[in-house]
Design a protein around this ligand. Structure first.
Ligand SMILES: Nc1ncnc2c1ncn2[C@@H]1O[C@H](COP(=O)(O)OP(=O)(O)OP(=O)(O)O)[C@@H](O)[C@H]1O
Length: 317
């Protein structure tokens, strides 16, 4: 694998001074990111996504483990490693709200050592790419949340780094702007060969945009898979069964024991199986207890269902 980022067994402990306690936010997290890949870092609230992103971009130093960026250790060779990375951590809060769109881009370009003449075509290209040309003279505080978010990503693109880290890039955006941001990110990755790591709760972002996902729960990696593979895996195992009669208590107990990932509402039973053949064992349990089955269907799977199930499975293990 031609990886540009290698996160190797990182651990991050926060010292809670007031409570005089330590909190392990991320523990033994490892994954790699290939050049040109879009990776979705997914997890419930407080799972450790932002901590992981901040550790990758050098804002936090891991207590254990390492982050290697393009061959350079992010702590030992900090400057060389971080040269390859730009990040949008708090979206619109990275911007100067009392400056215009263009002034923000010029300011940050200048900050990165770009000469005034050289920055002009670069800024024009970004304004076109992010469809912000008409807003170039607008103050940032007059822009919509979506436009501010687009500008924050455009500012990060100024550095023209190989890797872009985005923490919740579609948070608070309406469906249309969320879609537009996704399209822009897809273009950046595909046409410009950028590597993108996105931390998100937004399942359509993962399903639609990311090739691979690393799912973090309680500070640990619980899945590291190609998104299409995960969807396929769950597609073959999720069933919806309509019963003619409700489940007896005995059946409920048996099901709970044999198939931990299931739920039911009235006559509708949803179940996820480890292997396809298990459907016969399930039918057997229902038959033995004289519960006639009306229909059995494979459930349509979206990424949200996959995610919920993986987190549930992990909690049950
Ligand atoms: N500076 C800090 N001091 C103490 N605890 C912290 C600090 N920052 C984060 N935490 C805790 O570490 C855990 C992981 O936080 P983190 O922000 O990385 O999670 P997250 O997955 O990004 O969550 P969310 O999706 O809610 O943003 C949480 O329990 C959080 O409360």
């Amino acid at each position: 694998m031609d990886s540009i980022i290698k996160v190797d067994g990182i651990r991050k402990i926060y010292n809670m001074r007031k409570a005089k306690e330590m909190f392990v936010a991320v523990d033994d997290v490892s994954f790699e990111v290939e050049k040109g890949e879009i990776l979705g870092l997914l997890g419930p609230n407080g799972a450790g996504k932002t901590t992981t992103i901040k550790t990758i971009c050098g804002l936090l130093v891991p207590d254990k483990g390492s982050v290697i960026i393009n061959g350079y250790d992010s702590v030992k060779k900090r400057n060389k490693a971080l040269r390859h990375i730009s990040a949008v951590l708090e979206g619109n809060r990275n911007l100067y709200w009392r400056m215009t769109v263009e002034e923000n881009l010029e300011y940050f370009a200048g900050n990165r050592g770009m000469a005034r003449k050289a920055m002009k075509p670069h800024i024009d290209k970004l304004l076109t790419q992010f469809r912000l040309q008409e807003k170039r003279q607008e103050l940032v505080n007059k822009l919509s949340r979506g436009m501010q978010q687009k500008l924050a990503i455009a500012v990060a693109m100024l550095a023209n780094t190989d890797v872009i880290l985005l923490d919740e890039p579609t948070l608070g955006l309406d469906v249309e702007t969320g879609y537009e941001v996704r399209e822009i990110l897809r273009t950046i990755a595909k046409k410009e060969g950028k590597t993108i790591i996105i931390s998100t709760h937004d399942m359509p972002v993962v399903q639609d945009l990311c090739e691979r996902t690393v799912i973090i729960n309680n500070g640990k990696v619980i899945a590291d898979e190609r998104v299409d593979h995960l969807l396929q895996l769950f597609k073959t195992s999720a069933y919806q069964i309509n019963l003619q009669e409700p489940l007896t208590e005995e059946q409920q107990e048996m099901l709970h024991f044999e198939f931990p990932i299931h739920s039911w509402e009235g006559l509708n039973l949803q179940v996820s199986l480890q292997e396809e053949q298990e459907i016969y064992a399930l039918m057997d349990i229902l038959k033995r207890n004289h519960t006639p089955i009306e229909t059995i269907n494979r459930t349509e799977v979206n990424f949200e269902k996959v995610f919920m199930q993986l987190v549930k499975e992990e909690a049950a293990s």
